[in-house]
Design a protein around this ligand. Structure first.
Ligand code: NAD
Length: 283
């Protein structure tokens, strides 16, 4: 991958949750290109191993550990293995997350079910289990991972945590109330952590990606033939740059925030990378 610029991460241990996914596998590769030991934690063991293999084939250092960020035991086992093999992590990227159809309504605006021709899922049909799944994956997963890794990271002089928020955190997107609420919680938690750990020189910031076509959102953005849905067209019409982002376009902000030379005084920020979506009122 052609990096926008390079920072020196040699001998730095970098843990990336969700590192088998679309965005975070790109982050993992970029961090490895800067010399970091990248440890990919993901439930998708095979995909994670594939990412680690690609990194190694390209001369980088990487390891994949099957980990469920919602299971403390699994996180603790991963931490033990990382500390034994590499030492305390310097950088934690809390990337695992995403929405799920179980937490999604059919329509943007409430319409009474008895007046509909087709079967719809309204706000009143959303089940606790679906809401908990999405909220826990996005908020609790980041909370638990941070709790388990940050304790050791506070012993370092210049550790960094990067959370992944979203456009939802500024203004909720229609149809996905749990995902929106969870990402708002991530932005809030980023600020909380930044303050809480500031005396330990552990900086915490978040990326707020705009719209990037990935696994987690393709059901909402592409129809069965792979054409843009009405929602995708609407997003593009509200994005002043008039397109979806390319995942590589997140790397500049990631490296800037990770680098203590470039962002040593940047703490508690949620940075939009969104083609202007969050700045545009629509008029
Ligand atoms: P993705 O689905 O490609 O990747 C998510 C990864 O998380 C997957 O590899 C999955 O296996 C892993 N994962 C899921 N549950 C897990 C668990 N319990 N424990 C460990 N790993 C688990 O999604 P993505 O689009 O690359 O998203 C990455 C992050 O960026 C997410 O937090 C997402 O909410 C956020 N985000 C994405 C977009 C976008 O447009 N794609 C926009 C804003 C924010």
């Amino acid at each position: 991958m052609k990096l926008p610029f390079k920072i020196d991460l040699s001998e730095r241990n970098c843990v990336v949750t969700g590192g088998a996914g679309v965005l975070c596998s790109t982050f993992s590769k970029a961090l490895a290109q800067c010399g970091a030991n990248v440890i990919i934690l993901d439930v998708a063991a095979e995909k994670a191993a594939e990412v680690a293999k690609t990194i190694k084939e390209n001369g980088g250092k990487a390891k994949a550990i099957k980990t469920d960020i919602l299971d403390e035991k699994s996180l603790l086992n991963a931490k033990k293995e990382i500390i034994r093999e590499y030492g305390i992590p310097d950088i934690l990227i809390n990337g695992a997350g995403g929405n799920h159809p179980k937490g999604t309504t059919t329509n943007e605006f409430f319409e009474r079910k008895d007046l509909q021709k087709e079967e719809v899922k309204t706000f009143f049909d959303l089940e606790r289990e679906g809401i908990e799944f999405v909220f826990n994956l996005n908020f609790l997963g980041t909370f638990l991972t941070t709790q388990i890794f940050a304790e050791d990271m506070t012993k370092k002089d210049d550790a960094v945590i990067i959370n992944i928020s979203s456009m939802n955190s500024f203004t909720p997107l229609t149809k996905i109330p749990a995902y929106s609420a969870a990402k708002a919680a991530i932005s809030n938690f980023t600020e909380w952590l930044a303050v809480h750990f500031s005396r330990e020189n552990l900086r915490v910031n978040a990326l707020a990606p705009g719209f990037f076509l990935t696994e987690q959102n393709k059901e909402l953005l592409l129809d069965e033939e792979g054409n843009y849905t009405e929602r995708a067209e609407k997003i593009i019409s509200q994005t002043p740059l008039e397109r979806f982002g390319e995942k590589e376009e997140l790397i500049g902000t990631l490296l800037w925030l990770v680098g203590n030379n470039s962002a040593g005084f940047v703490n508690g920020n949620v940075v939009p990378i969104d083609g202007g979506f969050s700045a545009y009122s629509g008029v």
